[in-house]
Design a protein around this ligand. Structure first.
Ligand code: 5GP
Length: 207
């Protein structure tokens, strides 16, 4: 594949990561941020869904009620927002703008609807789709998470099918079968082949 955008240290920008719930986007992105702390920043979204065990307000998400979310939305607080499985999710605009102004790359882990909004407002953003090896594997991963009800799992699987059908809209598709391989592919997609080989050969792993 021909790289659309290659992240450069001297200039910030937006990278959109989309893929079905349970596909492992969070783990992949955390790996990337740990490896390149000076280059990437994961955007923290606002959501109206309840926190899962282990989730901390302000770390995984800002957990707001619907009224506060709606007020903020109307005031233009969000860069993009979407309703997903009966909950609202949005990206705070200011946080993204400040991070880009610092010359960093902002990673937006958002759903298909949000990715389509960003394609309109930031056509230069790099858009990457993370796919599961199969729908059966995705279902197994969602069930192993043991945090969602049957109803929530069913909604996420239905949404997953819609998202999978739209993967051609993205610049890259990465199948998250083996985590290490998927991280390597993500690095190649974002940083380019050359940079990835350099970082793989260096002991610290950072560029
Ligand atoms: P979860 O509830 O599993 O954390 O997230 C459900 C879905 O919402 C995932 O596909 C996730 O990528 C997406 N999502 C999380 N934050 C945002 C956001 O700020 N905007 C949009 N559009 N989607 C989001």
């Amino acid at each position: 594949m021909t790289p659309k955008t290659v992240a450069k240290v001297d200039k910030g920008g937006l990278i959109v990561i989309t893929g079905p719930s349970g596909v492992g986007k969070g783990t992949l992105l955390n790996r990337l941020c740990q490896r390149y702390p000076d280059l990437f920043r994961l955007s923290v979204s606002v959501t109206t869904r309840s926190p899962r065990p282990q989730e901390v307000d302000g770390r995984e998400y800002f957990f707001w009620d619907r009224q506060k979310f709606e007020q903020a939305r109307q005031a233009g607080f969000f860069l993009e927002w979407a309703e997903y499985a009966d909950n609202l999710y949005g990206t705070p605009k200011q946080q993204v703008e400040d991070t880009i102004a610092q010359g960093k790359w902002v990673l937006l882990e958002i759903d298909l609807e949000g990715a389509r909004q960003i394609a309109q407002t930031f056509p230069e953003a790099l858009r990457i789709f993370i796919a599961p090896p199969s729908m059966a594997v995705l279902e197994e991963r969602l069930r192993k998470r043991l945090t969602d009800s049957e109803e929530a799992i069913a909604k996420r699987l239905a949404h997953a099918a819609i998202e999978m059908a739209a993967m051609d809209e993205f610049d890259y598709v990465i199948v998250n079968d083996d985590l290490e391989e998927a991280v390597a592919e993500l690095e190649t997609a974002i940083l380019g082949e050359e940079t990835w080989q350099k970082s793989a050969n260096s002991s610290s792993g950072s560029s």
